[in-house]
Design a protein around this ligand. Structure first.
Ligand SMILES: O=CC(=O)O
Length: 335
C-alpha cells in the first residue's frame, strides 16, 4: 500500500503579528497569515478558517457555536491575550475545541501600566501637557494642576488575580499605600500577607478607597459592575482606573461622574464598544485615555505572541496545550 501523503496541519494567524513568530509557526504548519492586517469580516474569517486546525487570535474575534459549527476542522483557538471573553466556553467544550490565553507573561507589564494611568490621572499629567503644548503656560502658580496624592493613600483593587496582586505589591511596597481588595473569592492568607492587602466587601472597597483600580475579567456578571450607583459611593477625590475590559464600567455613567466631578479623575485603557469611545469621555478633561495598550511593551508583546504560537505547536504536535482555559471532555479528532 502506498504511504499516505504526509499533510501538515494548517493554521490561520488572524491579525498581523511579529514576522519571527509566523516563521516559527511555518516550521510546523501550513500557515495563512494576515501581514497587512486587513480587517476581515466574520464571514471572511469563517471562510479563511476552512480546513484550519488552529487559529492564532487577538481576543477580538468571537468564537461561538455558529463559528465552530461552520469550521469543523478547528481544534484549537489561541488568543494572544490573557482575557478570553471572546470565547464562548460552553460552545468550545461542546465542539471539543481547546482555547488558550497568555497568562503570566504580561502580568508585571500590565501592572506597571495600571500605575502609569493612576499616576497620570491623579497628577493630571496629560491634562497639563495639553495646556503646555497649547502655549497656555505663562507663569508658575501655587495651584497650577494641583492633583491628588497617590503615595500613602488607600488603594482599592477590584479583581485580585495575578495582575491585581502585582498592582497591590506596587502600591504596598513601592508607594506605601494601604491596600484593600474585593474579589469573587478571598485569597489565601499567604498571598494577602505578601501583597499586604486586606479583603473587604465591594461596598467598603468603593467607599474607603482613595483610588480604585479595576482588574477583573469581563463576564456577564461583571457587566457594568461599576455604574452610577457605584460611582456615587466613591470619594469625590477618587481616581478610577480601568485596565480590565470595556463593559465592566458603564462609560456613559462614568462620563457623567467625571463631568459633574462626582469623582476627581479616571484613567482608562479599555472602553465599551472600543475602538469607539463614548463621546462624553472625549469631552471631559479629567480623564486619561489610552488605546488598549496596557501590555504593550515590545518584550511583552513578543512573549504573548510566542506563547500563543507555543500553544498551537504543543497542542497540534503533542496534543497538550500549555495554557488552556477549558478542558473539553472529548476533543475534536485531528485530520
Ligand atoms: O487586554 C488584553 C489582554 O487580555 O491580554
Amino acid at each position: 500500500m502506498p504511504d499516505r501523503p504526509h499533510t501538515r496541519p494548517a493554521v490561520l494567524v488572524a491579525r498581523a503579528i511579529f514576522p519571527e513568530t509566523v516563521q516559527r509557526l511555518r516550521a510546523h504548519f501550513d500557515v495563512e497569515d494576515n501581514p497587512d492586517d486587513v480587517e476581515w469580516s466574520r464571514e471572511e474569517l469563517i471562510q479563511r478558517l476552512q480546513g484550519k486546525a488552529g487559529a492564532l487570535l487577538t481576543g477580538t474575534q468571537r468564537i461561538d457555536d455558529e463559528l465552530l459549527r461552520a469550521c469543523p476542522q478547528l481544534r484549537i483557538v489561541a488568543n494572544m491575550t490573557v482575557g478570553f471573553n471572546n470565547f464562548d466556553l460552553a460552545a468550545l467544550d461542546a465542539h471539543g475545541v481547546v482555547g488558550t490565553n497568555t497568562p503570566d507573561v504580561l502580568t508585571e507589564t500590565t501592572a506597571d501600566f495600571g500605575f502609569a494611568l493612576l499616576l497620570a490621572a491623579a497628577r493630571r499629567v496629560t491634562e497639563s501637557e495639553r495646556y503646555l503644548r497649547a502655549g497656555c503656560w505663562t507663569r508658575w502658580s501655587y495651584d497650577l494642576f494641583a492633583g491628588a496624592e497617590v503615595h500613602g493613600t488607600t488603594l482599592g483593587i477590584l479583581g485580585m488575580g495575578r495582575i491585581g496582586q502585582a498592582i497591590a505589591r506596587r502600591g504596598a511596597h513601592g508607594f506605601g499605600m494601604r491596600v484593600l481588595y474585593h474579589n469573587r473569592t478571598r485569597l489565601d492568607a499567604r498571598i494577602e500577607a505578601e501583597c499586604r492587602a486586606t479583603y473587604v466587601s465591594k461596598d467598603e472597597l468603593l467607599q474607603a478607597s482613595d483610588h480604585l483600580v479595576l482588574v477583573l475579567p469581563y463576564t456577564p456578571q461583571n457587566h457594568h459592575i461599576i455604574g452610577a450607583a457605584e460611582l456615587a459611593q466613591m470619594k469625590p477625590t477618587a481616581v478610577l482606573v480601568n485596565i480590565a475590559r470595556g463593559g465592566i464600567v458603564d462609560d456613559a455613567a462614568l462620563a457623567d461622574a467625571l463631568r459633574t466631578r462626582r469623582i476627581a479623575a479616571a484613567g482608562l485603557d479599555v472602553f465599551e464598544g472600543e475602538p469607539a469611545v463614548h463621546p462624553g469621555l472625549l469631552e471631559v478633561p479629567n480623564v486619561v485615555l489610552t488605546p488598549h495598550i496596557a501590555s504593550a511593551t515590545v518584550r511583552t508583546r513578543r512573549a504573548m505572541a510566542d506563547l500563543a504560537a507555543d500553544n498551537l505547536i504543543a497542542f497540534l504536535t503533542e496534543g497538550r496545550a500549555l495554557t488552556p482555559v477549558n478542558a473539553p471532555a472529548v476533543l475534536r479528532a485531528g485530520s
